[in-house]
Design a protein around this ligand. Structure first.
Ligand SMILES: Nc1nc2c(ncn2[C@@H]2O[C@H](COP(=O)(O)OP(=O)(O)O)[C@@H](O)[C@H]2O)c(=O)[nH]1
Ligand SMILES: Nc1ncnc2c1ncn2[C@@H]1O[C@H](COP(=O)(O)OP(=O)(O)O)[C@@H](O)[C@H]1O
Length: 227
């Protein structure tokens, strides 16, 4: 059996984690797990104590406590014991990274560095379909019909938290919380940082580094998908 590959992608809000993760998962056949997606799922489908608790943190734009997040994520990884995977949005804190470290040896941590001005421009152009979490960008990946979700046709909305002042605070917070996590991975020699203003320019470089480490089940589809 091919050696399993375990990776994490980190970066500030809007740096392109979701966009690039989908490309990596598609090209290299990794299972892609988004922490924010699982948290949203818990809130949407589960009216239990855990769902209500998670919602209260997300509504206040606060990080959900480490024990809650690890209890959500680690069992999912256990179910994927025979698979290679890529985690997005987890671990976010040093506590989460330590909990993950006790169970898995990561092969690679991808850190995206995108200048603030670029993030600001991107986020002002970002629209979402609230029910599904599908994300659009009016220049980079616009919906087929202006202002409407591609799948349901429902209206798209712009989020308050993507406005410039809120974005600045989120970026500062990201940096403070991510620094010890990035330092840990740097000390383990598995941190790879990618800097740039365009996902489409970062992607070929990242793709070639990953290709050197991983077999490519979808190598015929090396062209860049649209999102
Ligand atoms: N203009 C532009 N927008 C991008 C680029 N890469 C991603 N986006 C858009 O920027 C927003 C944030 O990207 P996303 O992948 O959700 O970032 P995440 O918050 O780090 O997961 C989305 O609306 C993307 O479509 C890019 O290179 N240029
Ligand atoms: N690993 C995590 N640990 C704690 N809370 C998290 C984690 N991932 C996501 N969240 C919660 O979900 C919310 C949405 O996450 P996300 O979509 O990654 O947005 P942002 O990058 O703006 O925080 C966060 O504001 C936070 O409340």
């Amino acid at each position: 059996m091919a050696k399993l590959f375990r990776a994490v992608i980190m970066g500030p809000p809007g740096s392109g984690k979701g966009t690039i993760s989908k490309r990596i998962a598609h090209n290299f056949g990794l299972q892609y797990l988004s922490c924010a997606h699982f948290l949203q799922e818990l809130v949407a489908t589960n009216k239990t104590e855990a769902g209500v608790l998670v919602k209260s943190y997300i509504d206040k734009r606060m990080l959900v406590p480490d024990q809650v997040v690890t209890k959500l994520m680690l069992p999912r990884l256990e179910q994927l014991s025979g698979h290679s995977w890529l985690l997005e949005g987890f671990p976010r804190t040093l506590g989460q990274a330590q909990a993950l470290n006790e169970l898995y040896q990561l092969d690679m941590v991808i850190s995206l560095n995108v200048p603030f001005e670029t993030l600001r421009e991107r986020m002002s152009d970002k629209w979402i379909h609230p029910a599904s979490g599908r994300v659009y960008n009016m220049t980079f990946n616009p919906p087929r019909v202006k202002g409407k979700d591609d799948i349901t046709g429902e209206p798209l909305v712009q989020s308050e938290i993507d406005k410039p002042e809120a974005l600045m605070a989120r970026l500062r917070h990201y940096k403070d919380v991510a620094k010890p996590v990035l330092d840990l991975y740097k000390s383990q020699g598995i941190l790879h940082s990618f800097s740039g203003t365009d996902t489409d320019r970062i992607w070929p470089y990242m793709n070639s580094i990953l290709s050197a480490k991983l077999p490519t089940p979808n190598s015929e589809s090396h062209s860049t998908p649209t999102s």
